[in-house]
Write a protein that binds this ligand. Sequence first.
Ligand SMILES: [Zn+2]
Ligand SMILES: [Zn+2]
Length: 105
Amino acid sequence: MSESKLIGCGDNSCIFARPKGPGTNGGCRCAREPGRLAHNVRVLRQQRDELLAVAKRYAAECRLCGGHSVRRRLDVDGVPLDDVACEQCADVRLVIARAEGRSDE
Ligand SMILES: [Zn+2]
Ligand SMILES: [Zn+2]
């Protein structure tokens, strides 16, 4: 399970992890530790993938649009209007698109 934890350098300003006890001062030293950097990048990628999977499941199971990302609307006479983006899962879909590099925003 150690693979899934970010490892820090013990400095108070470490970018990866807070020191457990009293930390050193002077700045994060992680950039000088290629092995630790590689480990942390693996951990962050894995966490991103897991979060992405959760976000995709959420979008696919959206109760408002049934996972279609658009909602069908009918006017008062039951005539179909233009589909609208589902407001319930639009933000999640945007996050997914960004994470997968499909958005310019
Ligand atoms: Zn550090
Ligand atoms: Zn939806």
